[in-house]
Design a protein around this ligand. Sequence first.
Ligand code: ATR
Length: 482
Amino acid sequence: MTVSSAQIGVVGLAVMGSNIARNFANHGYTVAVYNRTTAKTDAFMAEFGSTGSFLPAATVEEFVASLERPRRALIMVQAGAATDAVINQLADAMEPGDIIIDGGNALYTDTIRREAEMAARNLHFVGAGISGGEEGALNGPAIMPGGPEESYRSLGPLLEDISAKVDGTPCCTHIGPDGAGHFVKMVHNGIEYADMQVIGEAYHLLRYAAGIEPAEIAAIFRTWNAGDLDSYLIEITAEVLSQVDAVTGKPLIDVIVDSAGQKGTGRWTVKAALDLGIPTTGIGEAVFARALSGARDQREATTGNLPSGQLSTLAELGVSRDDFVEDVRRALYASKLVAYAQGFDEIRAGSDEHNWNVDPRDLATIWRGGCIIRAKFLNRIVDAYNADPDVRSLLLDPYFKGEVSGLVDSWRRVIVVATRLGLPVPVFASSLSYYDSLRAERLPAALIQGQRDFFGAHTYRRTDRAGQFHTLWSGDRSEVEA
Ligand code: ATR
């Protein structure tokens, strides 16, 4: 007879699942482990069985039977159909009050559906975003659990235990009901795309506008990492740029094919933003930049084959190398602020749409450790929302406003230089346009309303009177109230 003594179980023993299971065991929990292919469970036990208290199971039924009640089963399998298959197997073997946690990168709308299906079976379903990659899974990830508040009472302490800690605070908190956790994790990944892209644009300018070699750029990034830009992504960028290829002796960056992959969370963030009507332009441009980089056939046809117009050099523009390096740092910082401001706008809109009541301070707090976008400046985001929980844009927070006032001239100069040298800066440039759009007293949207009224009688509102109006464009061009 199986003794029901595991406090938590993990289904799916690929890299992330194995590491999470080991993390729980390292924190003193007895962990039930199960994988569809038993050979993987056997291999896991052979390698790690002696490092903690594990209860391997050969079937889902045996796995469920080995868990203490209320049972807590964390699924770490491929997102999509595999997740549904495992959820249903677990649900069939479980009893009311048990908790199924999906720790994969599920689409939040799937999580909403699954939560409703499980609730109808009196089971708790928690969609939990987990960030930090393999290393984080083992040593402390950031965890974003959604699902019922009630399930967090039983599950939360375990998740908080294995999460990263910053100043003693766990990088895990209940985000909100049903799909809130996966939604927030999705936007986190979208912000990560934008953050990586702005770092990429900065590198590209230092390399191809200023002619600085990768090893020296790595040193520049290390100095940046000691200031406002202090973050995991800047830190690993310096590591990547200082790596020398063993085969060719060249900088590794020069032998890596310049086509970026993606698994889809950035794209989901943009799709959701489009549906919510939130202009996450930084994330959008970052996703498109990856798509463009991957369009190999098109790039083969276009590379060196499109007119550039007259190009300049830094020297011809009278810009010193050192000034330019500092300008690029500031442009990076400003563009990054915009990407975060937009990401938080999307989270607010998603939360309002689904009545999740997500507290943005929670996110900025738990993202400080464990996850890929961990950065010192997240503390400033916490401060901003503490000062004004309803601030209409993070860019309006007095601290960030002060920062941007010190960055904006550099930001403009960098985009001018990039343009004059013919170097692409999609997120730097679109972020500045976004910023200038927010600042603008008038937008060309007035003209768009005029055009819409002209061809489709869509009407417009006037600046000086209430109501909807239409001009009789094909008549005498007088105005009528619609
Ligand atoms: P990785 O990318 O790290 O390999 P993944 O593809 O996200 O991880 O997930 C792989 C895990 O999902 C494996 O544990 C796999 O089980 P097998 O080892 O048996 O292949 C599991 N998995 C995939 N499809 C599954 C399904 N339909 N039912 C159960 N588990 C499934």
